[in-house]
Ligand binder design. Structure first.
Ligand SMILES: [Fe+2]
Ligand SMILES: [Fe+2]
Length: 248
């Protein structure tokens, strides 16, 4: 049984010295921050709905995948809570209001039905999606640096590292359980990269939230290439033990 890597850090700890008064700005700036952060918050939050859907459809077959999703869900909760804190600090958000807005959203998994048939395609989809998320956050450095505290840059680094670990943990499940199906990964990724949605097409599925200018065809193609390379590598003993901290 392989063990997923988990990183140890806390947004509460990171932001504890910060208060909203430190980040006051013109209403238009606050609105722009809100518009930027709100989709980041809800796509992180949607992890819990994807996890629920996987369980309703009885898709998690192996103990490796079960361990992956437990570690992953805990991290995505951490990201959700962190974004709520950031929106309170810089975008005039209130925790109660934000949770209310999150809970009011609907979820429709039809767009990813094709990938929700068995554990293998779910793991390929997640490995790819987490790599895309990692790249998308990396493109946001300027935004977080412009908020006025290096704590936000540190936050971004932590989140990027978590997303990279999620991708590698998913790749390790594929390498451990599905080494005989690696040749199928490319075709699944082709399907995932062809249907780039815009925000109105996003059904609250956590994955396939490829809207916004960061998700270029080139970026998606790079992520596809990275996943293909990573699944083709042999699984090391360190990866089996959850010691493979550095995704490549
Ligand atoms: Fe996340
Ligand atoms: Fe993630």
């Amino acid at each position: 049984m392989i063990t997923p890597v988990r990183r140890n850090w806390s947004p509460q700890e990171l932001f504890k010295a910060l208060t909203p008064v430190m980040f006051t700005a013109e209403p238009s700036v606050v609105r722009a921050r809100w518009n930027k952060l709100w989709p980041e918050l809800y796509t992180e939050y949607d992890a819990r709905h994807l996890k629920k859907e996987l369980s309703i459809r009885n898709l998690i077959a192996s103990e490796e995948a079960a361990a992956f999703f437990d570690a992953w869900a805990a991290d995505e909760e951490r990201h959700t809570e962190g974004f709520i804190q950031i929106m309170e600090l810089v975008a005039d958000g209130s925790e109660k209001d934000l949770w209310g807005r999150l809970d009011a959203r609907s979820h429709n998994f039809n767009a990813i039905n094709e990938y929700l048939k068995e554990e293998f395609s779910v793991m390929v989809m997640i490995a790819f999606d987490e790599m895309c998320t990692c790249h998308a956050y990396a493109a946001d450095k300027g935004f977080y640096a412009g908020l006025g505290s290096n704590r936000f840059v540190r936050w971004l680094k932590e989140v990027i590292a978590d997303e990279a670990v999620h991708s590698m943990n998913a790749v390790n499940v594929i390498r451990a359980r599905y080494s005989d199906r690696i040749h199928e990964v490319g075709a699944i990724l082709d399907g995932l990269t062809s249907g780039v949605a815009d925000e109105s097409d996003y059904g609250g599925t956590f994955v396939l939230d490829y809207f916004g200018e960061k998700y270029t065809k080139e970026m998606l193609a790079n992520c596809r290439g990275t996943i293909l390379r990573n699944v083709a590598k042999p699984l090391t003993t360190a990866a089996r033990d959850g010691r493979n901290h550095r995704p490549s």
